[in-house]
Design a binder for this molecule. Structure first.
Ligand code: MV4
Length: 445
């Protein structure tokens, strides 16, 4: 097992990794930007190294600075968390060149899922359902128009280097194709330095349901059931839960099998997630694979009673997994508490937390790096806490969540707590009848 892990991240996920390391008897190294000097991950780690100025590019994305911190502290592994360098194949490769274990998949596995057309072709070969559409890169506007006639409108244009919603365009009829084609291509080029785009049939009002998987270095892959992430706003998830209210045992069987096929197709090693779009007829289609631990991993941890960070570290150290799949034993819901004003278009609200009281009690887990007196810097994402409610039924989990939200006191900044309080009382949310469009029509009272 590793003796010392450097955590190349900040905020709640850095703290989350430090906690598991401590339980496993592994020493930890925090890295931090000058803006994060007073952060909890710096205080809780065994050692801490400043790696640069506030801007991510100068610190949490600065590979030479992070490698230097790992070298001087003699770390034998690096945990990348999520975001920042977590899906940077070159970073994983550089770790290998320095004989420091990257806690995640190999560079080749990251690359194979990073390019969406390549990923989709791999999935077709593996027998995983994908959204119908033209295969390969679009070469011209005329080709796009011809292809759309075959696929049938509406269609969606996506960037092959994209993911997470950037550079997508929905096209409802041929008259709109030229403008959409040109803007999608320009946006892809500007965002990813790769203007390759491809076409899919547009799935209307889909649910976003993802399957957690784990694979070891010896070819064993298992799944740990689903998370429903349909409650999103502008491609930002706000609430995740497991099991999905839309799930049936038969659908879980089929999606779990598909997820295992997907991960096995690239001999996946580490924990990861297969994202699917699910239509109202319970047809599901591969969308993307995330080759990292995700923000919402806690929901799965609570329903299958499993420490996914511990599993990820053990797999990286060469341990084997049982290969058994896991089904939800409980119902868990996670609300993301962001320093944003839900009454003002979710505008970021960084600043000092003057008063803080975090909820607790039966069925409540709070993962957060916030403390009274902490100043949220404006440079990074605005998530300051995750509340996870666990109960035997969905209704009880929602009620527990509402109770916890009502106990939460955060003064000095605006947060998404009022949004979640309203959502937990919303009849449509409570009925489980929602999809990824739900928040478009949700109004704060
Ligand atoms: C789609 C789609 C409908 N049809 N693809 C959004 C993020 C990116 N990963 C893919 N996304 C979508 N792809 C087809 N063929 C609808 C979306 C989509 C979406 C997906 C999941 C969660 C929220 C979403 C919000 C808007 C659009």
């Amino acid at each position: 097992m590793f003796k010392k892990i450097l955590i190349a991240n900040r905020g709640e996920i850095a703290l989350r990794v430090i906690r598991t390391c401590r339980e496993m008897g592994i020493k930890t190294v925090a890295v931090y930007s000058t803006a994060d000097k007073e952060s909890l991950h710096v205080k809780f780690a065994d050692e801490a190294v400043c790696i640069g100025k506030p801007a991510s590019f100068d610190s949490y994305l600065n590979i030479p600075h992070i490698m230097a911190a790992a070298e001087i502290t003699n770390a034998d592994a690096i945990h990348p968390g999520y975001g920042f360098l977590a899906e940077n194949a070159r970073f994983a490769e550089i770790c290998g060149e320095h004989e420091i274990k990257f806690i995640g998949p190999t560079p080749a596995m990251i690359n194979s899922m990073g390019d969406k057309i390549t990923a989709k072709e791999t999935m077709i070969k593996a027998g995983v359902p994908v959204v119908p559409g033209g295969e390969g890169l679009l070469e011209s506007l005329d080709q796009a128009k011809g292809m759309a006639k075959e696929v049938g409108y509406p269609i969606i244009l996506k960037a092959t280097a994209g993911g997470g919603g950037k550079g997508m365009r929905v096209v409802w009829e041929e008259a709109d194709m030229e403008r959409a084609y040109n803007t999608a291509k320009a946006e892809a080029g500007a965002s990813f330095k790769n203007d390759g785009i491809y076409m899919e049939k547009f799935v209307e009002e889909p649910r976003h349901i993802e399957i957690q998987v784990a694979g070891d270095q010896y070819g064993k892959v298992c799944h740990l059931s689903e998370r429903d992430c349909s409650i999103q706003r502008r491609h930002q998830k706000l609430v995740e839960e497991s099991p999905s209210p839309f799930m049936t045992p038969e659908l879980r069987q089929r999606m779990g099998d598909a997820a295992i096929k997907a991960a096995s197709a690239i001999n996946y090693e580490s924990v990861g997630t297969i994202e699917f779009l699910v239509d109202k007829h319970r047809n599901f289609f591969f969308m993307e694979m995330n080759t990292r631990i995700q923000v919402e991993h806690c929901v799965t941890e609570e329903v299958v009673n499993f420490d996914l960070i511990k599993e990820q570290i053990k797999i990286a150290a060469g341990d084997s997994i049982s290969g058994l799949n896991y089904e939800p034993q409980m119902h868990a819901i996670e609300c993301r508490i962001n320093a944003e004003d839900p009454y003002n278009d979710f505008r970021p609200s960084p600043g000092r937390i003057n008063v803080l009281h975090q909820p607790g009690g039966h069925g409540i887990r709070v993962d957060s790096h916030a403390y009274a007196g902490y100043t949220i810097p404006p440079y990074y994402d605005s998530m300051i806490a995750k509340i996870i409610a666990v109960a035997r039924t969905r209704e009880e989990a929602i009620n527990t969540m509402h109770r916890a939200l009502s106990e939460y006191v955060i003064e000095g900044i605006k947060t998404t707590i009022p949004f979640h309080l309203q959502l937990m009382k919303d009849e449509r949310f409570r009925s489980g009848d929602f999809n990824t469009k739900f928040l478009e029509s949700f109004k704060m009272q």
